[in-house]
Structure formats: structure tokens, C-alpha cells
Design a protein around this ligand. Sequence first.
Ligand SMILES: O=C([O-])CC(=O)C(=O)O
Ligand SMILES: [Mg+2]
Length: 137
Amino acid sequence: MIVTTNGSTNSSFWGELLSTVAIEKGSRSVVIDGFTRDSRPIIELGFPTFTSGFHPYDSKGRLDVIDYKVPIECGRVKVHNGDLVFAYFDGIVVIPQAHREEVFEKALQKVEAENKMREELKKGMGIIEAHKKYDAL
Ligand SMILES: O=C([O-])CC(=O)C(=O)O
Ligand SMILES: [Mg+2]
């Protein structure tokens, strides 16, 4: 699930209860260009929640869902229904549906090169030589 609160800073959009229902409905994660609250219980639920910040206020009377499955701008990136979204500690990447195959193939090549490079580094190869050999970055 990927969401924008269109720049609202008056309250959180997300919380523990929404995480609970999201899990029950089969969602695996949420990315929000907006705020959450209830961080500790969300961490305890184990629901990966990526937000642009935190706010103690609830959303009642402050935020409303106005649409879904429509193109949005999230963190200055256009996102369409069906795009692939990868979120991790380091950041979030949106892959347009039309480029899924190509990006997947290239990402797998990169992972393969990094795996080989890591093995060589463990065996003592220097970082400069390893970069020259695997060009993994
Ligand atoms: O602020 C909200 O509406 C969200 C919230 O606390 C929750 O889902 O538990
Ligand atoms: Mg709550």
C-alpha cells in the first residue's frame, strides 16, 4: 500500500489499528508520504511501516481518504496502481509496471556480482581490485 496525505502535517494518518486491519486484509507493508503514530505497537506487530514522520494526533476530523487506486505523488515520485514498490531501511524505490522485467533482471545481475565480490573480499581481495573485477556498484 502506498499513500500520500498531500502535505498535511496536522496529524498522523496511520497507526496501530490501521496496521492491524491491513495485516488481516493481507497487506504486507505501507509507505506513507505522511505521518504515523503508535510506533511501538506497530513495531511489535511487525508491520513494515515507512513514513515521512510521526505525529501524536489521530486522524479523526483531520484527514480523510478521498480516493484509492489512483495515481499519486509520493515523496515527489509519481506512483501508479500496479507499480512495484520496494521499501527498506535505506529508502524506497518505485518501479513503473512497464519496466518491471528489465529492472528485475538488472537487479539480479547486480546481486549476483555483489555476492561474488563479497566472497572474494572474505578471501582477502582488496576493494580496488574487487571493484575493477566485478563493477558491482
Ligand atoms: O490516527 C489514526 O487514525 C490512526 C490510528 O491511531 C490507528 O490506526 O491506530
Ligand atoms: Mg491508534
